[in-house]
Ligand binder design. Structure first.
Ligand code: C5P
Length: 223
């Protein structure tokens, strides 16, 4: 599947990252985690002491940080102004601030441009890619050959995410996931939605391997 673009959108904690990395690895494709980009710009805003609930302040600074995403599915990285923030962007502080920052149109314009350039570089070979986010199939790359909308019951998502985070509190994790879903689905610009032509996959009752098989199957049948 040479230049295929696989767009995977869905709710927080539905297993997008694990699924996309495994699919990309199996098919020899690149991998782009757009959530990591929104998290990185959020980390930078917090680091600068910018009030993340002040949309005008966030908009005014959105063009400043230089973000670079590594697209190796086995070792994805993200740097801001040359600093690797792969660990920092998973903090509770970033979890709590990322949705308001992501709702600011200037932030989205900036990152969507970056994402399109990574998907299909203007000046070089591209190669297929698996891209995960909230608006990939609807806004960033509506022409994607394969679009998946991945969801799972909130309790299942919270249980998995809490386990990933070394046994964090499940109830608090579920609250945080649902708070992000609510803002992400309700915002004016590029809300989380099932894109036209997307296939809905509910991972509640599936193992990771089963979800990966479903997505790989979709790619193989469409390219
Ligand atoms: O995917 P992840 O949970 O890491 O994304 C973190 C946050 O980034 C989401 O809750 C959402 O606010 C924002 N996001 C977005 N659009 C994307 C990817 C992520 O608004 N394409």
């Amino acid at each position: 599947p040479v230049n295929v673009v696989v767009a995977v959108d869905g709710t927080s904690g539905s297993g997008k990252s694990s699924t996309c990395r495994a699919v990309a690895d199996r098919l020899g494709l690149r991998y782009l985690d757009t959530g990591a980009q929104y998290r990185a710009i959020t980390w930078w805003m917090l680091d600068r002491g910018i009030d993340v609930h002040d949309a005008a302040a966030v908009a005014a600074r959105a063009g400043e940080p230089v973000l670079v995403s590594g697209t190796d599915p086995l070792a994805p990285t993200i740097t801001v102004d040359g600093r690797d923030v792969s660990v920092e962007i998973r903090s509770d502080e970033v979890n709590g601030a990322v949705s308001p920052v992501s709702a600011v149109p200037e932030v989205r314009t900036r990152l969507v441009e970056l994402q399109r350039e990574l998907i299909a570089p203007a000046d070089g070979p591209r190669g297929g890619i698996v891209v995960e986010g909230r608006d990939i199939g609807s806004v960033v790359w509506p022409q994607a050959e394969v679009k998946v909308y991945l969801t799972a019951d909130p309790a299942a998502r919270a249980a998995r995410r809490a386990l990933e985070n070394g046994g964090a509190d499940v109830a608090a994790t579920q609250e945080s996931l649902l708070a992000r879903d609510k803002i992400d689905s309700g915002r004016a610009v590029a809300p989380l939605t099932m894109a036209d032509g997307a296939v809905h996959v509910d991972s509640t009752e599936l193992t990771l391997d089963e979800v990966v098989d479903v997505v790989v199957g979709l790619v193989m049948e469409r390219v």
